[in-house]
Design a protein around this ligand. Structure first.
Ligand code: HRE
Length: 100
């Protein structure tokens, strides 16, 4: 069901299992795990952005991901780290919550 309740993101402590396309991105950022906390997922996504230099060199809170697998997942060409709703929407679709 995709009712709002079960589409919420888990609390900090809950464990999540990224679906394959997201897990591939986390692997590029160095993730070895299969099961993560939300905080770990955000950390590896951040590392991915920095390592691949997807940020705008002039306006460094802007991420350009139109030509990157991350953009395909986020379904946006770019976004600001200050308004991360595309990130949370993507996570809701790409994380299995293991313990609610
Ligand atoms: C372009 O960004 C940056 N550029 C620089 N330069 C020096 C160029 N330094 C820091 C950041 N930066 N700021 C924030 C974040 C970063 C890095 C780690 C991407 C993270 C973050 C943002 C997006 C995703 C995704 N997909 C994952 C983590 N982030 C967060 C955003 C949210 Cl929503 C939750 N937790 C966070 O840490 C921020 O606010």
């Amino acid at each position: 069901a995709s009712s709002p309740a079960c589409r919420a993101l888990p609390g900090e402590g809950s464990q999540v299992q990224p679906k394959a396309p997201l897990l591939q991105i986390l692997r590029v950022a160095g993730a070895q795990e299969e099961v993560f906390t939300l905080k770990m997922v955000m950390h590896y996504l951040g590392q991915y952005i920095i390592v691949k230099e997807l940020y705008d060199k002039q306006r460094q809170h802007i991420v350009h991901c139109q030509d990157d697998p991350l953009g395909e997942l986020l379904e946006v060409e770019s976004f600001s780290v200050k308004s991360p709703s595309p990130v949370y929407e993507m996570l809701k679709k790409n994380l299995l919550i293991l313990n609610g």
